[in-house]
Design a protein around this ligand. Structure first.
Ligand code: MOS
Length: 742
């Protein structure tokens, strides 16, 4: 691939299928004789079931079984106490509590499944589920993180995010200091597609699964462990997903339960959860409180930062994320300390949600940077430039690439930053106050192991295969583009097959890592095809014999010699002459030890202009510009869409999203899409995306870093900073709802 080739923007290859109903999501698969499963959730958050009346449900029309802790079929691989999850080894450190679905009368969180009702239709299962009655002994549930922050402990088996450079209280010695507390509420992924699974056993050993998972190989391994099967006997299919955002990064206990019940009833069994269950049974962004202490000198040089975060987790599992990590390396600052703690509450376990902990941490750090810039009477970009880290101060090594200065500049130009007044509350448009804000985002750029297969046929068509699923970012489109760039095959002659364990192994779609990981494998497989073709053309007696490989170009099925116009050979003829109908290459790809000499990150900068109505407290994001410094952009159109999606999520995070718990009951009061407000069209302005589009020389042959997470990371801080610039009011507790500004 020529690294300076600017790719044209193309529509996503599966776009038409998706909008015409041709794309099949897990619940669209219909198998003969399928039974349907509906979950009955606990009505208390802590305690135990004392009685469970399932008789009426058992007798309801079409019911095939009511499964509870009294009759749940065994899940053989769960015998060892490895915490509550079905994920494969290594086992999580033992927790005091263990959550095994339907294994005991004990209740650990509100909505915990107490019965799974199976019937011959979804409607009959739903009705029968309404007939299950339970009584409980109830204990006081601890669900309020704010009340229990002081009980934060280091996570089991992790270092707790403890980090120190220089001295821990170095910030105290600075002439200008600030201390601020920031809160992120519970947020829930809420993709449009509901979560669930369809499981189908053939006999006792062969298992077919259609699931909502971000990783078919991960689900395959989790089920292999749970049912003590050879993974080869488990086939998992997830070609399309109607949004994931992290909720599909693991196998959830109810999925494993469905598989166990399907075996017991000897029928295919389908579970599609309802929206309210999506709030408790498939994870959430954890409620997190953070404190930042910061000190700088009068010239705007940072002297010290201390960043402490405390997040909720479940009683039965220590969930952790990288909330404080950005603070360790983002700025050139001599004294930095971070600390990460968790509080085990009577709540269901969180999971990474887009941008995960980094998005939570960036809100705090980038708000604090804005607060400090204000104290110093400095432009917030200028303050960041004065503390720009040219090399990674955490690990003392160079960045693989970093074009953040250019990103600041281009974003500032695009939003009209020069209109911004440093004095808050000084720009008005009629009744509305206008403000500008910005924030940096950053996320690790990975190169995970992956494999891919390229099948190049003599007719000039190409098929690419990888088990990776496409959760929405346009993975298939990006892989098509990579193959096109290597082999010159027209894009409409390339077919990508993905989302199935019968295909070459791929990592879970997550961590913004798939273009890098799977893309590299596709690059390698296609390069191997290309090398074979060139060898055929160059060998003794062949049409291009005597030339060198690097003198050849391959495009539209023709190999030609650049310096000799007219000297060429069609690939079709070349393959025919060699009796080849297909060249079939599978390649494994992974990062090199050389990469460990570098810190690999993707960067973003978000700029917003807000309008705030001081009478109503309403905040409108009027303009948004997001700049990605994520290496070479492989597929410009899907990359821009990815960025736009992240910004829409960021507007929700900043202004509306909050899952509210009534702590008397330990239960959400807004577990539906009417009351849990995601940003809708009216909340989202036209979003401008800017791609720096400079290849990273270290990470992979495409020079492409990820961008799924950086699209969101930092955005909420940019909004909070803009609200401050508009009003002079600093909101440190998300979301920035009107009441907080009145
Ligand atoms: Mo992402 S939070 O790795 O799905």
């Amino acid at each position: 691939m020529t690294k300076d080739l600017k790719n044209p923007p193309i529509d996503r290859i599966d776009g038409r299928m998706k909008v015409t109903g041709g794309a099949k999501y897990f619940a669209d698969f219909e198998l003969p004789n399928t039974a349907y499963c509906v979950i009955v959730g606990s009505e208390i958050a802590k305690g135990a079931i004392t009685s469970l009346d399932t008789k009426k449900a058992q007798g309801a029309p079409g019911v095939l079984g009511v499964f509870t802790h009294q009759n749940m079929p065994p899940i053989p691989g769960w015998d060892a106490p490895v915490g509550g999850e079905a994920d494969g080894p290594p086992p999580k450190p033992k927790t005091e509590e263990t959550y095994r679905i339907l294994s005991s009368p004990k209740i650990l969180f509100d909505g915990q499944p107490i019965a799974m009702v199976v019937a011959d239709s979804y409607e009959r299962a739903t009705y029968a589920a309404s007939l299950v009655k339970a009584t409980y002994t109830k204990q006081t549930a601890r669900t309020n993180l704010q009340k229990h922050v002081s009980e934060g402990v280091a996570p089991r088996g992790a270092d707790g995010g403890n980090y120190l450079r220089g001295t821990a209280d170095g910030y105290k010695t600075a002439p200008v200091t600030l201390e601020a507390n920031y809160t992120i509420p519970v947020e829930v992924h809420n993709p449009m597609e509901l979560h669930g699974i369809l499981a189908h056993w053939t006999g006792d050993k062969q298992l077919m699964i259609y699931a909502k998972t971000q990783g078919v190989n991960a689900t395959q391994n989790a089920m292999a462990q749970a049912f003590k099967l050879d993974p080869k006997n488990i086939h998992v299919h997830t070609e399309f997903m109607g949004g994931g955002f992290g909720m599909g990064l693991r196998t959830w206990p109810q999925e494993t339960a469905v598989v166990a019940i399907a075996r017991k009833i000897n029928r295919p069994l389908k579970l599609v959860m309802n929206r309210s269950q999506m709030f408790t049974l498939v994870g959430h962004r954890p409620y997190t409180v953070q404190t930042i202490n910061m000190g700088a000198d009068q010239d705007g040089k940072l002297i010290g930062i201390a960043h402490a975060a405390t997040a909720e987790t479940a009683s039965y599992e220590d969930f952790t994320e990288a909330t404080v990590n950005m603070t360790k390396f983002m700025y050139a600052c001599p004294n930095v300390s971070t600390r990460y703690r968790i509080v085990r509450l009577d709540r269901s376990v969180p999971i990474w949600m887009r941008g995960p902990g980094e998005a939570t941490g960036a809100f705090a750090l980038e708000s604090a940077m804005d607060e400090m810039a204000h104290k110093l009477n400095l432009d917030p970009i200028e303050f960041r430039l004065r503390n720009y880290s040219e090399t990674d101060p955490e690990r003392n090594r160079p960045y693989s690439s970093k074009n953040l200065k250019e990103a600041y500049q281009r974003g500032a130009d695009a939003i009209g930053w020069k209109e911004r007044k440093n004095q808050p509350g000084s720009t008005r448009d009629g009744d509305w106050l206008i403000g500008y804000g910005m924030s940096t985002g950053v996320f690790s750029a990975f190169r995970w192991e992956a494999s891919a297969r390229a099948l190049f046929k003599a007719d000039g068509s190409l098929t690419i295969q990888s088990a990776v699923t496409d959760i929405g970012p346009g993975t298939g489109t990006a892989l098509t583009m990579i193959a096109h760039n290597v082999l010159g095959v027209p894009m409409n002659r390339i077919k990508v097959e993905y989302g199935d364990t019968s295909l070459p192994k791929a990592p879970t779609q997550g961590g913004s890592a798939i273009v890098s990981a799977v893309g590299s494998a596709v690059y390698d497989a296609c390069t191997s095809v290309k090398n074979d073709l060139m060898a055929l053309a160059l060998k003794a007696g062949a049409p291009l014999a005597g030339r060198q490989a690097d003198e050849l170009t391959l495009a539209d099925g023709v190999l030609s010699v650049e310096k000799e116009p007219g000297k060429k050979i069609a690939v079709r003829e070349l393959m025919q002459a060699n009796n080849l109908t297909v060249i079939d290459k599978t390649r494994d790809s992974k990062g090199s030890p050389e990469q460990e000499k570098y810190s690999m990150y993707s960067f973003s900068v978000h700029f917003v202009q807000v309008r705030v109505n001081p009478l109503t407290g309403v905040v409108r994001v009027a303009k948004a510009v997001s700049v990605a410094d994520s290496g070479r952009i492989v597929s410009p159109k899907t990359a821009a869409s990815q960025m736009i999606g992240g910004v829409a999520g960021g507007i929700g995070m900043a202004l509306t999203e909050e899952a509210v718990i009534d702590h008397r009951f330990g239960r959400f009061v807004n577990n539906n899409l009417a009351d849990y407000h995601v940003a809708v069209h009216a909340d989202v302005p036209a979003i401008e995306t800017i791609m720096i589009d400079k290849p990273d020389p270290i990470i992979n042959p495409m020079g492409a870093k990820g961008m799924g997470e950086i699209a969101l990371i930092g955005f909420a801080g940019a909004v909070a900073n803009a609200v401050f610039n508009a009003t002079g009011q600093r909101v440190r507790d998300l979301p920035i709802t009107p009441d907080k500004l009145l």
